[in-house]
Design a protein around this ligand. Structure first.
Ligand SMILES: CC(C)(COP(=O)(O)OP(=O)(O)OC[C@H]1O[C@@H](n2cnc3c(N)ncnc32)[C@H](O)[C@@H]1OP(=O)(O)O)[C@@H](O)C(=O)NCCC(=O)NCCS
Length: 150
């Protein structure tokens, strides 16, 4: 089942966040802390896919002071990638963002081809390369999806 997260989901989502990035570059720097997830789950837009009490994937977006949304995170349990969970999470979170009628941006490792293909298929087509966006060695593309009309 896919649904909006509740504040009580924060520990399960944070646990998957700690595990899901292990095959990404510079993986140890990527997960957010449990306290951040507690706040994201109540005050941001967090959608999750669950099977029983197991969280299979989650995505997080929040509004920024410039009026855009940031799609900060999307991750799927390694055991069920390639089965459409990421696509469903994108559909749900973008539907929520589109209710606000705003542009949305995200950052992605330029070598993360799976994620870039997923994002481009959902309209994140504006691309800026930022050298050392996080640490010096952590370059990123900033991809933007313009607000959807109507
Ligand atoms: C990126 C991620 C969220 C995709 O989730 P997923 O459930 O595997 O995605 P889906 O099965 O819905 O696939 C959606 C699309 O992603 C792309 N994709 C997924 N896996 C891919 C792969 N191994 N290689 C290339 N493209 C891939 C494809 O475009 C795919 O669409 P298609 O099947 O029509 O070709 C998942 O791989 C993940 O959690 N990765 C680790 C965390 C991460 O890198 N998150 C993004 C950080 S910016």
């Amino acid at each position: 089942m896919i649904r909006r997260a509740k504040p009580t989901d924060f520990l399960a989502v944070a646990a998957l966040d700690r595990d899901a990035w292990s095959e990404n570059r510079e993986a140890t720097f990527i997960p957010d802390g449990e306290h951040a997830w507690r706040l994201w789950c109540e005050h941001g837009i967090v959608v999750l896919q669950e099977d029983g009490d197991r969280v299979l994937g989650a995505a997080l977006a929040f509004p920024t002071l410039s009026g855009t949304f940031c799609l900060h995170k999307i991750f799927v349990d390694r055991s069920c990638r390639g089965g459409g969970v990421g696509t469903q999470l994108m559909e749900q979170i973008l539907a929520a963002i589109d209710e606000q009628a705003v542009d949305c941006f995200l950052t992605v490792d330029p070598q993360n081809e799976a994620a870039i293909r997923l994002y481009e298929s959902f309209g994140f087509t504006e691309r800026v390369y930022v050298n050392g966006y996080y640490r010096e060695s952590e370059d990123r593309f900033v991809l933007t999806r313009l607000k959807q009309k109507g």
